[in-house]
Design a protein around this ligand. Structure first.
Ligand code: NI
Length: 237
């Protein structure tokens, strides 16, 4: 499922984030962190992960996710990989006249968690892109998600995030004017299967609406039980 988290970052947080990214941020070639087939497809820059700016921004994004009930309801997060940050420019690392872009690809199924000496891995179930640039500030740079119903292009307001299944083929089209800043990260969900997450999300959202309209009733209590019993059946430690 595709879910937009509107205003994940407040305008004030957006300003602070932009200040960190616009300043002398330590950008490195995005291809340096890509593996296998992605190297040839990825033409952008990425904020150095061990930088102070990166750590500060990761804390900001993690805090915003924690306070967003829609994120929790949609992703049912078990683990969230610390956010990464990228930049696509019209005059970037891609061939002249092309503009930075990231060709069609699928994200890795298994991701390495940072820190610690023992290698720890998580499964990537949900991919997330948080838009950090005003859409008027750049041309191109759309996130296109290819799924069973076709392709859908997204160019969302600064501060808004898109959650989409990590299993989908997706791409970022070339930026032909200005620059596009974004954050991206992955979530391992308690429920690995996207269709099951969708069922739980629909039940959860409609229960909220029922309660708002009619208050608590025997039926809403029973349906809440159904929600939790399905989650019990489907969740993985
Ligand atoms: Ni990707």
């Amino acid at each position: 499922m595709l879910i937009q988290l509107k205003d994940l970052l407040t305008p004030d947080e957006m300003r602070q984030a932009r200040a960190r990214l616009d300043a002398q941020a330590p950008w490195v070639d995005g291809a340096s962190t890509a593996g296998g087939q992605a190297v040839a497809l990825k033409h952008n820059q990425q904020l150095r992960q061990d930088s102070e700016a990166s750590r500060w921004l990761q804390t900001l994004v993690a805090g915003a996710l924690q306070r967003d009930p829609l994120f929790v309801a949609a992703a049912l997060p078990r683990r969230v990989l610390p956010a990464l940050f990228n930049r696509y420019r019209a005059q970037g690392s891609a061939a002249p006249g092309t503009g930075d872009h990231y060709g069609r690809h699928v994200d890795n199924a298994v991701l390495r968690l940072p820190g610690g000496s023992a290698a720890e891995w998580m499964r990537g179930d949900v991919s997330c892109t948080l838009f950090l640039s005003d859409p008027d500030g750049y041309d191109g740079g759309e996130l296109v998600v290819h799924h069973s119903l076709g392709a859908q292009a997204f160019k969302l307001p600064a501060g808004t995030a898109l959650l989409y299944p990590a299993s989908t083929v997706h791409e970022v089209t070339p930026v032909t004017r200005g620059e596009r800043l974004a954050s991206f990260f992955w979530v391992q969900s308690l429920v690995a299967d996207d269709a099951r997450r969708q069922i739980l999300f629909d039940l959860d959202m409609n229960l909220l609406r029922l309660r708002a309209r009619h208050g608590e009733s025997t039926e809403t209590t029973a349906l809440t039980g159904v929600y939790h019993n399905l989650l019990r059946q489907w969740s993985q430690p």
